[in-house]
Design a protein around this ligand. Structure first.
Ligand code: ZN
Length: 318
């Protein structure tokens, strides 16, 4: 039988820790600063001390799932490439967690974990095939085929953010140009906004009133400005959503999923980002899969650490 599991989801700034039942119920949730500059060994030590305190308080977990951004070597429990956590690649995370906590440990890409969390807790495993896209600083993705997370040959499946949508386009954080992330990641969205405002002092009056210093602009403020009728903010979302529609239509046509779920901070833009995606999907003449897919936004911002726990719980009872 699957047991209660711990989940850890680490980003560049914060790590989230959870204790999750096999059905996906969150029994405990905490946040801790990542302090990436102190290195991976110090991070593992600190997180394990927190989880040992949970164990001492009666939370008896049978497994640990660890989700992290980057190219994860799922088999060996290490990071191959970690753009957001410099110096963390190559560290034996799975073995280090296992040694300190004595729990079987699964290491997973953070987007895969978040998509699995949403698949189990929000979609209740109902669709057989699902595509999930995480929209934050970076753009990640996860693919569920026949009710199982599809990892691919090297565990690198689902890197939707680094599929190319424009030849020789905008620079991406991965070092390439024209990736979907370069337009739909937070930094790409803000780049679009600044460009539309630059040299046009009469445009974007609501946005400028809301954010006098454009350096402080965020996707959340862009949504507020669009809601308040700002034409520039609305155009930023139109461009972002159209680019997402282009990138995601390519993936939908390959996978033919029942459901497509947007996750992460930027997905809270809701209809501002969903409407242009739908328009692109509907505009394609050869588009059975694009018209069939159910498009929506996930509600749970903690899906990453919940999904990591669920994957660990399921792996430990196999
Ligand atoms: Zn890229």
């Amino acid at each position: 039988m699957p047991k209660l599991a711990f989940g850890v989801d680490v980003g560049g700034t914060f790590a989230k820790l959870s204790a999750v039942s096999p059905a996906g119920k969150v029994l405990r949730l905490e946040q801790a600063p990542t302090q990436a500059h102190l290195g991976p060994a110090a991070f593992v030590r600190r997180i394990c001390d927190m989880l040992k305190a949970w164990q001492a308080q009666g939370l008896a977990a049978g497994a640990l799932g660890f989700g992290v951004a980057g190219d994860v070597d799922h088999e060996r429990g290490r990071l191959r490439i970690s753009p957001n956590l410099p110096g963390w690649q190559g560290y034996p995370f799975r073995d280090a967690f296992h040694k300190r906590l004595g729990l079987p440990t699964v290491m997973e890409n953070d987007a895969n974990a978040a998509v699995w969390g949403a698949y189990v807790t929000e979609l209740k495993r109902r669709p057989r095939h699902m595509l999930g896209v995480t929209l934050g600083t970076g753009v990640g993705g996860g693919v569920v085929v026949d009710g199982r997370l599809h990892r691919g040959a090297t565990g690198s499946a689902g890197e939707i953010g680094h599929t190319q949508v424009v030849a020789d386009g905008e620079p991406c954080n991965c070092g390439w140009r024209g990736c979907l992330e370069a337009y739909a990641g937070t930094y790409g969205i803000l780049r679009t906004a600044r460009r539309l405002l630059h040299g046009r002092p009469r445009r974007g009056a609501v946005l400028r009133r809301l954010v006098p210093d454009l350096e402080a602009l965020t996707p959340k403020l862009l949504k507020l400005a669009a809601d308040a009728g700002d034409e520039v903010a609305a155009e930023v979302w139109e461009r972002t959503g159209s680019m997402l529609g282009l990138g995601l239509s390519n993936v939908v046509m390959v996978i033919n999923p029942d459901a497509l779920l947007l996750l992460g901070g930027v997905s809270s833009a809701g209809h501002w980002v969903l409407d242009p995606i739908r328009r692109v999907f509907r505009s394609r003449p050869f588009g059975t899969s694009l018209r069939a897919v159910k498009l929506g936004c996930a509600a749970d911002p903690n899906g990453g650490c919940v999904g990591a726990a669920l994957l660990a719980s399921e792996a430990s009872c196999r």
